[in-house]
Design a protein around this ligand. Structure first.
Ligand SMILES: Nc1nc2c(ncn2[C@@H]2O[C@H](COP(=O)(O)OP(=O)(O)OP(=O)(O)O)[C@@H](O)[C@H]2O)c(=O)[nH]1
Ligand SMILES: [Mg+2]
Length: 690
């Protein structure tokens, strides 16, 4: 059992970075070096304590956020592993919501990559203090100074190395600590590192780097620069304290380096996390008084409050809720208020996780992260609090899933089973959304990317034993007419016994767009007896709803029953309905019928560099470009009207076109007539489907 830690000794740190940069490997190392794990797990061998789900092991990449809690010196580190793969960004955002600081891991081999920049921006928006770890220093073609320069150009001069590598590529051996002013190396053929003098050949580099560091921290202790220039001794603590302030302030971003694979620099990184990153005690959080807009602050010493930042759902293991305690303590086996739902919830056992291994804890301290099961009614984003001191924290925002597919069960008749299972998965993944599309009666599943949906499919098979197929969503086309006409329908059967007879004459006129369908009658002299008129109206509604041209509902049509005839014995409601259908089918085809399609307003946001390409591809989608404007965060926004039929898989196209930097949103605008070429294709498709 872990010992109890004070809030000031906790560090909640999320590891972020482009896929494959080595986050999981670093945390496997951390679990090993802190004595939490007996052996060092490896992503490549499938023995990682973090990449532990079957899907993760198969593909050697992280898909879900994980908690790797470990003890290091006087601190408890709650290290959070996250996926770099863009489809799983929701998991990374969840973990950011639980953290007080971020380590952005960058491969020294690749430098800044697309997701590096994205995670920097996300962490910045959340005001998370940040530091960098340049990993893979052992690989060929690494360039520490080159990557540092790149980071400083992109993210500002607050990016400042606190270490320099000793050796590079295969000869990478250790690091110079610019605060302690010593070297630390792992000699060849030895497992443990030793402290050394700074190698002489690095003297110049160290001198320059030390000056950059002192200049950077000088804002937080202005005596330092003076001392430095006068050649006075500066203690590690003085620099460290100023650095800590600068990081907490969101102004300084120290750079560490090492190799997760060669196991160099990992302990130094843990030391850095413990020494320089803020603790929960350094922070107050802001919520609202439930049911009002009034803002309130909470610090660790206040009454209990927590935020549910992640939920996992599994038919065998059950449901787990990950809590970040913001204030007060949480004891196992107590009742708390779910402020979001208003329900009282019974908290059972509490656990901490070392990757896949769970350990129970009796009390969670303010600022800590714990996991609890069986909270069936608590959702990600809920606030839990002491019922006598409720507070509500704002639920985090997630990107809107824009990749939409129609979902059907693989086996007929398994609709309910499938949709119930997806609903469970939806609770665990805020970037999945399932809805019923009224216009087409299809169930639409929206996600971030194809990999996410593929993994969902695998999980549904393995955990819920239900298969799904994803298809192109149907478009909610409509039909209408352009001119007025008259039509006659006669339904007559006289084959022995009781016959059938219905006969109607209809006027069919177009209405204004959006006015809907209307039925009237101007029967004079009982040519159609009163009791059959409702059947004619019903027949009109049903025939129009089923579509005539291509099976899509006919809209904005007025039908007037003005004449007809009947048979005293053979006429019935059914025969009048049939006569109406016959008349309408003829009439609509005679009234210049057209197909209507939904047009959406689309806004695409991306860096300016991509705007030309975006407009080009929108133009190939029959778009009407409305204009471009400058948006948030230095992005350009392209606004256009685009037929919905052309937007299938646009989420995927846009991602590859902009290297993942573009996002888009769409909103239904209005219906418009489908151009003839496209309309013929839709009509042909409908005929073929019959
Ligand atoms: N040479 C070298 N390879 C490394 C290093 N760190 C990690 N790797 C390798 O890089 C690959 C990816 O490592 P992971 O730890 O899975 O990377 P990740 O950042 O967790 O990747 P995602 O989960 O996809 O975001 C694996 O094959 C690791 O063995 C390193 O320091 N040096
Ligand atoms: Mg990983």
């Amino acid at each position: 059992m872990m010992k109890e830690f004070q809030s000031k000794d906790l560090r909640n740190v999320v590891f972020l970075g482009h896929g494959n940069c080595g986050k999981t490997s670093l945390l496997d190392d951390a679990l090993f070096h802190t004595g939490t794990a007996k052996r060092r797990g490896s992503v490549d061998d499938g023995t990682s304590l973090l990449d532990a789900t079957p899907e993760e092991q198969e593909r050697h990449l992280t898909m879900e956020a994980k908690l790797a809690a470990c003890e290091w010196g006087d601190c408890k580190l709650n290290l959070l592993d996250t996926p770099g793969y863009p489809d799983f960004v929701g998991e990374a955002i969840e973990a950011m919501n639980a953290a007080d600081a971020a380590v952005i891991v960058v491969s020294a081999h690749s430098g800044i990559e697309v997701e590096t920049e994205k995670f920097w921006n996300l962490a910045k928006e959340q005001e998370l203090p940040r530091m960098f770890f340049l990993n893979k220093m052992d690989r060929e073609h690494t360039d520490f100074h080159g990557v540092v320069d790149e980071l400083r150009v992109r993210f500002g001069s607050g990016v400042v190395p606190v270490q320099l590598p000793i050796g590079q590529e295969a000869a990478f051996q250790g690091v110079v600590d610019l605060l302690k002013m010593h070297g630390k190396i792992v000699p060849h053929d030895e497992d443990d590192c030793v402290v050394t003098d700074i190698p002489e050949y690095l003297d110049n580099d160290v001198e320059m780097a030390r000056q950059t560091l002192i200049e950077a921290v000088a804002d937080y202790n202005n005596e330092l620069l003076e001392k430095y220039l006068e050649g006075e001794e500066i203690s590690e603590d003085e620099v460290g304290e100023a650095l800590r302030k600068g990081i907490a302030d969101g102004k300084l971003f120290p750079v560490f380096c090492g190799s997760a694979k060669a196991d160099i620099g990992v302990k130094k990184l843990l030391n850095g996390i413990a020494a320089y990153l803020p603790s929960p005690a350094d922070r107050t959080v802001i919520g609202t008084v439930p049911g009002s807009e009034e803002l309130v602050e909470r610090a660790v010493g206040d009454a209990f409050s927590a935020y549910a930042w992640k939920t996992t759902v599994d038919p065998l293991a059950g449901r787990q809720t990950y809590l970040r305690i913001y204030s007060g303590k949480l004891k196992a086996d107590t009742s708390v208020l779910d402020v979001t739902t208003g329900r009282t919830e019974r908290i059972g056992a509490l656990q901490t996780l070392h990757g896949k291994q769970a350990h129970s804890v009796a009390v969670a301290q303010a600022g800590d992260i714990v996991v609890t099961s069986k909270l069936a009614n608590v959702q990600t984003g809920d606030t839990l609090a002491d019922s006598a001191h409720p507070i509500a924290y704002e639920a985090a925002a997630f990107p809107t899933p824009m990749l939409e597919m129609a979902v059907h069960p693989k086996k007929k008749g398994e609709e309910d089973k499938l949709f119930a299972a997806i609903a469970k998965c939806e609770e665990a993944d805020p970037t999945l959304a399932m809805r019923k599309e009224a216009g087409t009666k299809e169930t639409i599943l929206a996600g971030i990317g194809e990999m996410q949906l593929k993994i969902l499919e695998e999980k549904l098979e393995s955990k819920y034993h239900v298969g799904l197929t994803l298809a192109k969503p149907r478009i909610a086309y409509r039909e209408t007419i352009k001119k007025a006409t008259k039509a006659e329908g006669k339904y007559k059967k006289q084959s022995g016994g009781h016959g059938q007879y219905g006969h109607v004459l209809l006027e069919i006129t177009p209405q204004k767009a959006g006015e809907g369908n209307e039925f009237t009658e101007t029967i004079f002299g009982g040519s159609v007896p009163r009791q059959f008129i409702p059947a004619v109206e019903k027949g009109t509604q049903e025939t129009l709803a089923n579509g005539i041209l291509a099976g899509y509902p006919v809209v904005d049509v007025k039908v007037n029953l003005y004449d007809g005839s009947y048979h005293p014995v053979d006429s019935s409601e059914a025969s009048f309905k049939s006569a109406t259908a016959i008349a309408l089918k003829k009439g609509v085809l005679d009234a210049s019928p057209v197909l209507l399609e939904p047009i959406d307003t689309v806004t695409v946001a991306a860096p300016e560099y991509y705007v030309g390409g975006i407009i080009g591809s929108l133009n190939s989608k029959r778009a009407r470009i409305l204009g471009t404007e400058t948006g948030d965060k230095g992005q350009m926004v392209v606004r256009a009207e685009v037929p919905e039929a052309e937007l299938y898989q646009y989420a995927t196209d846009l991602r590859s076109q902009t290297q993942g930097r573009g996002t888009y949103a769409r909103q239904f605008l209005r219906y418009e007539v489908v151009p003839e070429k496209q309309a013929n294709a839709v009509i042909e498709e409908a005929k073929a489907a019959k």
